[in-house]
Design a protein around this ligand. Structure first.
Ligand code: ADP
Length: 879
């Protein structure tokens, strides 16, 4: 080393650099006292993402070291923001306190190590999670030409896997909507996956290929579950094992070896759930509206659950409707049971309302990340199980539907644990055990004794203060406490001279002096040691309680599942009763017979505007006529009709009642939609390109058990182009895909196909022309629309009158067959003059009714006069 070389890093910095290097790809939260500090590039990135001050500390290689920090006790809020911004964060804690380090005689920095890596897919804290949604960590792997997909929710222990393929992967990911996706690096360069992965870019965590080795995966799973073979869990393919093994590996890495609990992996057979691709999910607004909001989505409309775990179950069921009629019937039996028993339903929901989330509490406790509130949640929820069990045991209710009987068994017996937690826990719990004060008085004699001593000490301090006031004559003398100098006597500066020699000076403050005395110091030691012992004992008692909970983990998990099952069934029943939904018949056929169907969210929105009952119900019966061609003007309700039938199918197959008078639905294995048109500028696609990509997916993939809704294809291009594409697509759907299809179009030319395609029937949205205006009836009936009424909609939208009148003129020429000459004449007729001509048009004469209304002052009318007015108005309308 020569004189110019930079000095070696300080010991703490050397420790930092070593730990930083061992955790690539993560921001390092480096604990220093009460703060987590970030250095170098981490500091730059975090300061910007969190909008906090960037400072510097010391120098490294001749340059200042950028630094920023967050207080340890509020770190969670900052973590949440960083994770949401796409970072991973390694938490490096102090493993001993500085005093301990000194006692150890160590010269270097105190011991520190990463205790956890926080990533979007491995969150467990309440503050970082959405209570009503699962947060999945997914893994994709490939072995022997097959693809496997595994997913888990660390916060609840749910774990599942399935085999998938390049074409189905997109739909599978859309169903799970994972917070983080692990995949081998080599898949990133696979052209077939390029687009799909681009869509999930912020969630991707590519890892070295060997981490996805199937044999290693098998061994990891066997080791994790302590079994010699996995056969008991299912017959897993190599790709599935590779994916699941990579997940288990990643969990142990991010949790730094803490034993996270995962349920045994549940194998989901491909085809056991309805396939719905990402575009269809978006278009149908299942979990979010097109504007990205939960409010107004299907899930928000149907969610009547009162517990978070049931809301998560509902979201899962909605994302993955079943394809097995008997499994669907089992769910529907449970819902129907509660539909028929309003009083029981109300009582049960009343109790469930008092059940906090125990799935996530249990996981946090298992990971050593829980607190007294998690124990309190268990006491509370498990305390309700006995009452719920009894409710379901009423003789009149037997036999319960299978799902409910299983839930009743699952509720289990928790009296002993609930009793113990009840005795142990105080009414109020702090978030962290280390804050103490959560064990109830009377639970432990020893604890009560230490607390007594501590409190006695505090009382003695109060007495001491009174005595000092008396002796010194300084009424404002106070004995106070702070964390730095402990207990002290404080008097204002002008009284300082009045104190006796036993007062030893400690600190001079602005306007005040602080002292201690031998007596005070002695009392302080007594209090501190009693408080310290009380807290240490409390922590031991806490650990005992956690250990007891963990020993009963399986029963508690079963109870949590049972609570969610009951709440979901009762919630769907509540919805059905409230909104007059009916139980659908779901069967192994290709029937589709919805009578009096309604659109759940449009209907709810109308009711929200005070127009309950304003929704017009419509039938949709696809039998020999598998394809319905629906024509009608814009705004007549075509999209609503198409979507409502798709939504009814999803609801039926997820095991919910449906908004209809009756519904019989043959299992739909895949649901496709092409509706709406949104430019996907982020991916450089025009509206028309998006439309064609979605149409291609349908024509290439739909089969005889699929259900397809197509809303306006071929719109984004020239009329003849668009019409030709729509025409050919319809023929393909009819002859090749042979699936149940609702096809809405404003090209009435297509209705000519009805003569040629035997399974196609034409339907139209009824409209009524009334005094030159168009009234949309929102009724679907057989037949075809003869006009588009686009100009009427333009009028409704408020286009200037001169423009709509001119449009009518152009239309009438076009309708006569687009004669070139006539069109040219039209074009020659300069719009400037025609616009001016029309502006001069006289305003329409006011009718008698309008005149009367204009002169009426509603605020000045009595109810009686208002009624008279209505009669007068009525009299003015010609019979
Ligand atoms: P289109 O697809 O024909 O342009 P939409 O389906 O978008 O028409 O419907 C336009 C509006 O009409 C909807 O936003 C809704 O408010 C109303 N609407 C549609 N269908 C119905 C119905 N069956 N009953 C009552 N209102 C309806």
């Amino acid at each position: 080393m020569n004189d110019h070389s930079p000095p070696a890093p300080s010991p703490v910095m050397a420790q930092y650099l070593e730990i930083k290097e061992a955790n690539p790809g993560c921001l390092l939260f480096f604990r220093m006292g009460d703060f987590f500090e970030l250095f170098f590039d981490d500091a730059l990135a975090a300061a910007q993402a969190l909008d906090i001050a960037l400072t510097k500390r010391g120098r490294h290689n001749g340059a200042d070291i950028p630094m920023c920090g967050v207080p340890a006790h509020t770190a969670e809020a900052y973590l949440a923001r960083l994770i949401r911004a796409g970072f991973k964060v390694a938490i490096c804690d102090q493993l001993e306190d500085p005093a301990e380090g000194k006692r150890r005689g160590a010269r270097g920095p105190i011991r520190r190590a990463v205790t956890r890596v926080v990533t979007a897919g491995t969150l467990t804290e309440e503050g970082l999670l959405d209570a009503r949604r699962h947060n999945y960590l997914a893994g994709i792997a490939e072995a022997g030409g097959d693809m496997g997909l595994a997913w888990l929710d660390l916060s609840t222990g749910a774990f599942a896997l399935t085999s998938t393929s390049e074409p189905t992967l997109a739909g599978d990911l859309a169903r799970l909507s994972p917070g983080e996706i692990l995949l081998p690096e080599r898949l990133l360069t696979r052209p077939a996956l390029f687009e799909l992965l681009a869509e999930w870019k912020p969630a991707l965590t590519p890892l070295p290929n060997p981490r996805f080795e199937s044999e290693a995966g098998r061994r990891r799973l066997e080791h994790y579950y302590g079994v010699g073979a996995l056969d008991g869990f299912g017959n897993f393919g190599r790709a599935e094992l590779a994916a699941a093994g990579a997940l288990v590996d990643y969990v142990s890495l991010t949790q730094q070896g803490r034993a996270a609990h995962l349920d045994p992996p549940r194998q989901v057979a491909p085809g056991s759930v309805m396939q719905i691709d990402a575009a269809t999910r978006r278009n149908l607004e299942l979990v979010a509206t097109l504007a990205g909001e939960r409010k107004g989505s299907l899930v928000a409309t149907i969610d009547r659950t009162v517990t978070a775990a049931a809301a998560r179950l509902l979201a899962d069921h909605l994302a993955a409707p079943l394809t097995e009629p008997s499994a669907i019937a089992e769910r529907l039996d449970a819902v129907e049971f509660f539909v028929d028993r309003a009083a029981l339903r109300a009582a049960l929901r009343g109790r469930l309302k008092h059940c906090p989330d125990i799935e996530r509490a249990l996981t946090r406790l298992g990971l050593g990340r829980g607190g007294p509130r998690d124990l309190a949640a268990l006491r509370q929820s498990l305390g309700e199980t006995a009452g719920l069990r009894d409710m379901l045991a009423e003789p009149g209710l037997v036999p319960l539907p299978e799902r409910l009987a299983a839930a009743q068994r699952g509720l289990g017996e928790h009296e002993i644990l609930v009793g113990r937690l009840g005795r142990a826990l105080a009414a109020e719990s702090p978030l962290f055990a280390r804050d103490g004060g959560f064990i109830a008085a009377g639970y432990s004699d020893e604890l009560d004794e230490w607390r007594g001593l501590r409190d006695e000490g505090r009382r003695m301090i109060a007495a001491l203060q009174a005595r000092y006031v008396g002796e010194s004559g300084i009424a404002a003398l106070k004995v106070r406490h702070n964390n730095i100098i402990g207990y002290y006597v404080e008097v204002s500066a002008n009284h300082a001279g009045k104190l006796g020699p036993e007062f030893i000076h400690r600190q001079t403050m602005a306007g005040a002096q602080r002292y201690t005395t031998a007596e005070l110091a002695e009392l302080e030691t007594k209090i501190a040691s009693a408080a310290e012992r009380a807290l240490a004992l409390e922590l031991r008692l806490y650990e005992d309680l956690v250990a007891e909970v963990m020993a009963r983990r399986a029963e508690i998990t079963a109870a949590a599942v049972a609570l969610a099952t009951l709440d979901l069934a009762a919630g769907l029943a509540e919805l059905a009763a409230e909104a007059e939904w009916v139980r659908p018949v779901v069967e192994e056929s290709t029937a589709f017979e919805v009578l009096g169907g309604r659109h759940p969210t449009v209907e709810a929105a109308l009711a929200g505007e005070g127009r309950g009952g304003g929704f017009v119900a419509n039938d949709c019966v696809l039998a020999e006529n598998r394809i319905w061609l629906v024509t009608g003007p814009n705004m007549a309700g075509k999209s609503t009709f198409l979507r409502q039938n798709a939504l009814i199918t999803i609801l039926a197959q997820m095991g919910s009642c449906v908004p209809a008078r009756s519904a019989r639905i043959g299992i739909v294995d895949r649901l496709f939609s092409r509706v709406g048109a949104a430019d996907d500028l982020a991916r450089g696609r025009s509206t028309f390109m998006v439309e064609m990509v979605e149409t291609a997916a349908i024509l290439n993939q739909a089969g005889p058990r699929s259900f397809v809704i197509l809303d306006e294809i071929g719109r984004g291009t020239a009329t003849f182009d668009g019409l030709s594409i729509a025409w050919a697509a319809l023929e393909h759907l009819h002859d090749v895909n042979r699936c149940r299809t609702l096809f809405a179009t404003h090209y009435h030319e297509l209705t000519a196909l009805a003569a040629k395609l035997p399974s196609l029937a034409c339907h139209t949205m009824r409209v009524k022309e009334w005094k030159g205006d168009v009234v949309f009836l929102h009724e679907v009936g057989p037949g075809t629309a003869d006009r588009s009424y686009g100009i009427h909609v333009a009028k409704l939208a408020g286009l200037p009158k001169s423009v709509t009148a001119r449009a009518e003129e152009v239309l009438s020429v076009l309708e006569k067959g687009e004669q070139g000459g006539a069109l040219t004449r039209l074009a020659d007729d300069l719009p400037l003059f025609s616009a001016a001509r029309r502006r001069a048009e006289p305003a329409p004469r006011e009718s008698a009714v309008e005149a009367l209304l204009r002169d009426t002052r509603p605020d000045e009318l009595t109810p009686r006069e208002a009624l008279d007015l209505v009669y007068r108005l009525k009299g003015l309308v010609p019979e």
